[in-house]
Design a protein around this ligand. Structure first.
Ligand code: GLV
Length: 339
């Protein structure tokens, strides 16, 4: 027997890319691993996801695929779960750690883009941009009016940031430096004094923030602790002229309670990029004029979405010990699993 015929080509690990992703970013994986893609961008039910993960060492996910203990038990070959989202409430990280599976998310690369959007959504809400555009497009505009679509000012107003992580801080910077806003924030842990000073933001209790702010922007991660962080009781504390913007996750705001508050004009308006049960949106929100609705696009600029996808690939290649980054996933959430 020819000894060279006995030499085996090393087996390439298998990776599942669970959603349709930029082809050139997927090509970076194809160079090194066997890749199964989801070019039709189907939303796979859990059994289908599990079926496709059989024999795969890694999976590229977004904020939508549920990675839980049951999936891990059914996919014993899985070694890395790399998400292109910053929020990772869809992934049971402790269960992954217990199973020795590396998890990564995609922080930092989306901070400024997401803050731009949060600020834009807050401004569109305060200045009634969607509502007035709908009026114009439907042919109702007959003449200029003195108080036509008169909203509330953003400049000089009080900005209340609920959740002061990287994105919250970037929003506060925009408000204070760009628009002369007064910034207050509430966070479980207070920022160091020097950081507060640099931002010009004051830490307050949640209730004070809700009472004082003209524009509340929510940027907290979703967890059991932040479920319905803003419900009927919290909305009741807000000024009737105030706006509420949520770019964090559905479920942090009680959407039914918010719809009631908007209907009864207990607050002026809301801007929502995320929803409980999305892509289904509470029907009362859909029919209200004083709410700006966008389909979970806060991080969606092309350069940023590309950077997020590339970061997930960097993490996957490193976790599977491939290429120059082998073993050093840049944004691992549980690097301890690599030893
Ligand atoms: C988007 O919502 C993300 O978490 O990146």
């Amino acid at each position: 027997m020819n000894p060279s015929s006995e030499r085996r080509t090393p087996i390439r690990p298998g990776v599942l890319v669970a959603r349709a992703v930029f082809p050139d970013v997927v090509a970076r994986l194809v160079e090194h691993v066997d890749v199964e893609t989801n070019d039709n961008d189907e939303i796979w039910p859990q059994p289908e996801l599990i079926r496709r993960l059989q024999g795969k060492a890694g999976v590229f996910v977004t904020g939508g695929e549920k990675i839980d203990a049951a999936l891990l038990a059914a996919c014993p070959g899985l070694r890395a779960v790399c998400s292109m989202a910053v929020g990772y409430n869809n992934i049971d990280v402790p269960a992954c750690t217990a199973a020795g599976v590396l998890v990564s998310n995609a922080p930092d690369v989306l901070t400024e883009t997401t803050a731009d959007f949060g600020f834009a959504l807050m401004m569109a809400t305060a200045r009634r941009i969607s509502e007035s555009e709908r009026f114009l497009r439907s042919g109702q505009w007959r003449h200029w009016g003195v108080d036509m679509f008169a909203g509330s000012d953003v400049h000089g107003a009080t900005l209340g940031v609920l959740g002061m992580g990287r994105i919250g801080q970037a929003i506060a910077r925009r408000g204070v430096l760009g628009f002369g806003m007064k910034a207050i924030y509430h966070n479980r842990s207070r920022l160091p004094e020097a950081v507060e000073h640099g931002l010009g933001a004051r830490h307050v209790g949640k209730e004070e923030l809700l009472r004082e702010a003209d524009h509340v922007v929510i940027v907290v991660p979703y967890s059991a602790a932040s479920h319905h962080l803003v419900g009927a009781a919290e909305l009741a504390l807000m000024k009737p002229t105030a706006t509420l913007t949520n770019i964090a996750r559905g479920g942090i705001v009680d959407d039914a309670a918010l719809a009631r508050a908007l209907q009864e004009r207990r607050i002026a308006a809301a801007g929502l990029d995320v929803f409980e049960g999305e892509p289904v949106v509470h029907p009362d929100l859909l029919s209200l004029p004083n709410v700006v609705l966008t389909p979970h696009i806060a991080s969606s600029s092309l350069p940023t979405r590309r950077a997020m996808a590339n970061l997930a690939v960097d993490n996957l290649l490193a976790a599977l010990r491939i290429g120059q980054q082998a073993g050093r996933p840049p944004t691992a959430l549980n690097p301890e699993v690599l030893g």
